[in-house]
Write a new protein. Sequence first.
Length: 182
Amino acid sequence: MSLAYGTPVGTPAGPRAIETLVIGDAVLASGEALGWKAWAVRFSEGLGPSGSGASMMIFVSWDDGEIIASPDHVFVRADLSMVQAQMLVPGIQLLGADGGPVTVQDVMMGQWTRGIHAIGTGAPWPAAQLAGHLLSTQGVVTGDFFVEQNFHQDLPGALTELPVIGTTAYGLPPATRQTFDD
């Protein structure tokens, strides 16, 4: 999962910015049943601000939150299906970390230069019902690095056939910004 620096990830001690999490740190992770428990971070890598230029990212907002994610970052929908950030549209309901629905209000794409980071837990892979690989990020449930890497390889619940933002099939003109950095 590649998220913008500063994105809060749930931990036993409270939310922490994703870029501060290192191998061995504990994060709160779950499976589809949302039984949050501590799992150690097994993978933690990223690019610092302007580390390799700008990254194309997807900005997603809802009533009381927003997140900036890589196009292939995996979100869990309220119906427990999974979708990549680049396939989100306004009106889709994501799964909130509290188990309730979170309705997407806006989706935009643009450049981000302030750093991106990805983490994965030490939970076994493949995992039944994604146990230990779903994280609370900014109050919504998203997949960790291992979910992102396996999205197109028969991952149960993965909606791989949805249109991608910026394509004609997407059906909405993509709202774009030159950069999210301002």
